[in-house]
Design a protein around this ligand. Sequence first.
Ligand SMILES: [Mg+2]
Length: 379
Amino acid sequence: MNAEQKITGMDVWHVQLPVNARRDHGIGSVEHAVDIIILRLTAEGGETGWGEASPWSVFTGSAEASFAALDRYIRPLVVGRTIGERATIMKDAQKAVAHCTEAKAALESALLDLQGRISGLPVWALLGGKCRDTIPLSCSIADPDFDRDLALMERLKEDGVRIIKLKTGFKGHEFDMMRMEHLRMNYPEFSIRVDYNQGLHHDSALACVRDIATFQPDFIEQPVAHNLRELMATIRNSIDVPLLADESIFGPEDMLTAIKMGIADGVSVKIMKTGGLTRAQTVARMAATAGMSAYGGDMFESGLAHLAGTHMIAATPEITLACEFYQAKYFLVEDLMETPFETRGGDVIVPQTAGLGGRPDLEKVERYAISKSAVMGAA
Ligand SMILES: [Mg+2]
């Protein structure tokens, strides 16, 4: 690889991908389509690197904010720089625009993909080397129509998936208890996690969580609002099931606070929250250092963001609780990728080829795009 090779082009698309079901979470719902931002960097010689920002307005931010962050504020920091300057570019992007962590994840993914393709190395090799070739897959159960989720359960069982995450806190405690009991009784081969996505009111949270904990799920995630950290610590100390933090911990700064306050036994690590793959690794390492566990979470993503997360987890031994890259196969009507995001027997397969090991189909990107950057191709 020639580290002096310059980045000459940057293209950004706002894409809407149709989905096959409704998903209800404690903080909001997704129906009809998900909004993602696709980034393509081009280097001298024509090689390209790809990244995805997968925002959710109620959680991390809006697609429009991610688009503007990349197209307007980050573009001048990237075009004309060399591919060997990845760390500096990421530091400058942190300063250039506040928040917009999904945009920064897309940027680092595209820089790593580009560097990997030019050097012939998989992204995991650029992140320190791999510690695993497969990652167990968890799929979320989040349809307000439970019968539809039971049909999904049969498909998961057939496919060899053995971990589910029951999304709770959006349709009342009785509904949550009924589904939990049904799943425990009828699907004993499955590990079950529970995620409230902040959906419980602070007055009743402890009682609801204690009830759900009687089913002994693997863990219970983010029962209350992200800022109620003292209540998180109280709940953690009141149950005999591990409590995980998601919305309370975006990056290393939040992780430090979480450790100091003892708010959880583990953390959901997502590149879309941390603002990139290397910062996600930092969060996982901080967690492990403090005796906390970590799992690989995601947002409503296409296979492109799944690939970035897969490489990050492959290079991060501290993430031990599987991943949830299920959307490309089980939620999107059609994924964007040229070749399907690979899962087999309930596992995500870590790619062994250069870069991310897969790229979007440009025809699909254009077909689903609702807007794209005015400056396309070489700047
Ligand atoms: Mg969560």
